[in-house]
Design a protein around this ligand. Sequence first.
Ligand code: AMP
Length: 290
Amino acid sequence: MNTRIKVIRSPRAMQDACLKLRARGKTIGFVPTMGALHDGHLSLIARARRENDAVVVSIFVNPTQFGPSEDYLKYPRPFSHDKDLCRAAGVDILFAPGVAAMYTQDHKTFVNVAKMSDVLCGAARPGHFRGVATVVNKLFNIVAPSSAYFGKKDFQQLAIIKNMVRDLNIPVKIVSCPIIREPSGLARSSRNRYLSDIERDHAQKLSRSLSLARRLITRDGISNPARITAEMASIIKTIPGARIDYIKICNPETLEELKTIETRALIALAIFIGKTRLIDNCIAIRDVVN
Ligand code: AMP
């Protein structure tokens, strides 16, 4: 276990430390987060630890990716517990800048990944992925990672970042990591702590509806997305107080909605349970002999 974790708050100091590591030929594995760390984040950190000489984790609740009516101010910030978790996980550097250090008052440069940013979560959260792509680009410039680790839990974010890295020739390898779930099937999320016990119990139905959809595609060979999303919606509608933001079946690369499922399909949903918006997804592969 690495007991000597270093906390850096200044982007300039972070950049200096990372450029020195790279100049010495060290690989840097980078895990960007907004903190309130859980087993999902820790799985990314463990993989970065296995695959690199040095591991950097960032904790930054990025204001530019929150809409005016979203939970930016009340987003959980248990910094000292997060730091303990990072130390126990063998993180070398924890980068935790303040907002003023990341965004000067006259900040005016943003990154927009066209088309992919306005669908799925982007439809209900205008500007969200512009904020995500911008901050991830800034973090890549500060940390200069060899590899960066992202969870498939935020599938759209991952797809957008892969496109940004390709389009802008950013020299980093993007590593996609599996979704970590609670025993009930609920995908781990920093926002799960907003759920009451009863809401948490109901939230299992999100992953159950995804499993059903995957069975309908892989086992029964159903190719009509509308038929599958209707079955999923009928499960979700049994949750008291649930509101469907979207349930969609898309091309996993382009995120375009599929009219018919041929081979690989992304099944993605965003559901409000009470005031908490939860997202989840899975990939289904339809057997062409069906
Ligand atoms: P966040 O702190 O929510 O911005 O997430 C930071 C990173 O952790 C992102 O790459 C997420 O996709 C990833 N992540 C969050 N939850 C999970 C999970 N349940 N399983 C795997 N990765 C996750």
